[in-house]
Design a protein around this ligand. Sequence first.
Ligand code: HOZ
Length: 424
Amino acid sequence: MRLDQSEAIFSRAQSLIPGGVNSPVRAYSSVGGTPPHLKNGQGPLVWDEDGNEYVDMVLSYGPLILGHGNEEVKEALHSAVESGTTFGAPTRGELTIAELICERVAPVEMVRLVNSGTEATLSAARLARAATGRNRIIKFNGCYHGHGDSFLVRAGSGGLTLGAPDSPGVPKSLAELTLVAEYNDLEDTSSLFKAHPDDIAAIIVEPVAGNMGLVPPVPGFLQGLRDLCDSHGTLLIFDEVMTGFRVAAGGYQEICKITPDLICMGKVIGGGLPIGAYGGRRDLMNQISPAGDVYQAGTLSGNPLAVAAGTKTLEILGRPGVYEALEESAQRLAVGIEKTFARHGRPARVQRQGSMMCLYLTDAPVHNLDEVSATDRDSWIGFFRSMLEHGILLPPSPYEAWFLSTEHDDATVTRILEAVDRSL
Ligand code: HOZ
């Protein structure tokens, strides 16, 4: 596979853009080689600057649940462009998407749109601190909540990929307010409450951890967090930036039937354009400025283009059978991958929630970051490189989840499975 154009662009970009990329994991630092620089996409496929074709399982790290170039989303975008790209004034479209979100995600009684998942989580943390009058936040080892200062403490995703789950530049005094427990470990979480009984504003958790691969909650974990919060006057924040509208119409809260106080969203709700949102209990959200005095603002928040693409995407996702079809292809793929590895006598485990999944090279279930770290990372990198050679674009990190879209039909799943077979 030739990557001449990508190499030329990447080499020049490295002198103008830090690391040549605008988000670290894209640089291929942990898997080696030059990242294919993508030029266009259609359905489940993307093409790079050299004309190489790939089945896309990155899907922009989650937003593109309808695949590339969905005609209806494009139409909604064209019409929004005609009307005006930004106003800095309230628009009807913001109400429409707020209604859709509140209708589908029951715990969200009010919602505020922002521009990214990072903005959503840092705003939710500020609100939790203001509402409780407390300072500390509990997060989980290997969970990633964007790059806000309070969350770059033993974070997953890009930082973990680069071997730097903490970041210089985060003031020590702020980092000390972030307490870290092991994912799926209620006892560990409980011990943090014993150490700081009156100062924990919130627990923030990815209800399905998607930034250390894919680690589902063990039975009782999320309910245990809810109970701990209830008995300590602490707020429970679900970070559903990845799982929201992806694993079910109402996100993972609908599946697990645990009601958080606040939910952070992003990715899918923008239909491929930059967006984020946080919402939840009315009494809490009414503390946000200008209804209340917790300040949070944004020039481009509720941007008409993002709102148009997001609204159309949510509308399509609301049609009958969409999540069922996603589940069917994802199940076929996950089972097929495990069977193919088994046929080659290689240990492998696919952990999955709906149309997001991750492959771990181990035969044991993975419940937390220690167990993720114990899987065979070197072989994973070899597998990644071979899949790339066979035209399958996976996220360039064993800590990132893989995604399917509604465009990943039977033929596409077969093509991925054939590539897996040839890669072993
Ligand atoms: N890992 C991030 C959230 N899943 C997205 C990828 C990025 O950091 O660019």
